[in-house]
Design a protein around this ligand. Sequence first.
Ligand code: GAL
Length: 409
Amino acid sequence: MKTFKLATALAASVALPSIGLATELEVTHWWTSGGEAAAVAELAKAFDAAGDKWIDGAIAGGGGTARPIMISRITGGDPMGATQFNHGQQALELVEAGLMLDLTDVAEANNWKDIVYPPSLLDSCTVDGRIYCAPVNIHSPEWLWLSNKAYADAGIPVPTNWNEFVASAPALEAAGKIPLALGNQPWQSNLAFGAMTVAVAGLDVWKQVNVEKNMDVAAGAEMAAVFQAAADARKFAAKSNVQDWNQATNLVISGQAGGQIMGDWAQGEFQVAGQVAGTDYTCLPGLGLNAYLSTGGDAFYFPKLQDADKEAAQKRLAALMVSPEVQVAFNLKKGSLPIRGDIDLAAANDCMKKGLEILASGNLVPSGDQVWSPDVQKQNEDLMVEFWKSDMDPGAAHAQWVENLKSGL
Ligand code: GAL
């Protein structure tokens, strides 16, 4: 019997050389909604299939809850094997403190410079010429997701842009619907505001304020109009008493709400619920007014572990995340766009195709995380929560917002 077992084990080890050598890596992230969990499972599956072992470290409550936990584990001497951040400035201090693994050799061996598109994704992983993260997606936060059922119930057509959405709100309310679903977490109202900025004030104003950091434009009439529009929109969201973004998406999926301003990751939820783009729901990038994508997204960073085996596994995982197969499997479930253009996305749904078209058109802007520090982002998130959840005067909110931006100059 013993001999038989040994023989079986030997045969297995010949067939699968990595048996017994699997290196465990704990991977932290904040992907806990149905669609997100399905997407991250693709990363785990690929890592395990390649012979290592993904130990899932999901942290519930969204990025705002997860990031401080991740950062304090890394700075406090309890680092994980890999961790999600939005690439940009969220992990910058950790990199500068020398706590993150340098992935430049992985990037060079796999030609990341030639394949990652747009190049700003890799630039955001680069500090002093060295690469510290593996980008996994481009996500675009500025979409309006609409429930076709809610509009059918109200007997009115599905809006084709933000202005029509605003005009349709009274009819939705009369039909007992919440016009705009919005979760209570700070980043959600900040995201909605950012999307409305582009929709109402246009891309040029957005760039002047956020890229060129023109504080006169920030304090000017165009932005005042955005704050006024946001004050109108908050009335539509007054009855949306949910916390998490996916609970708000669920109000749209079930037809209780007309729409939600949310990132492309909402697609994952519609997909898990079995809904079909165009039939059950409608997606309007740039709120149907200015179709563009912001080129931030998610990336994985690998804290230094002082363990050669683990370091080798970290590099294997980094390479795998950027590989064509994993890019396709992950992004189809996530609803985000791949970070490389050389892969087959025939299976993309209608909304993802719209995203791919915008990407090809080059109508791209950086994300908030790429142009503002985490501190400025946090101040604006706090302000937006106060603004959206109270009757704060739009002029007062505008003035405070300009101060917040100035603190980051
Ligand atoms: C973002 C993240 C997205 C996402 C969303 C909601 O920060 O980058 O990928 O899923 O949070 O959890």
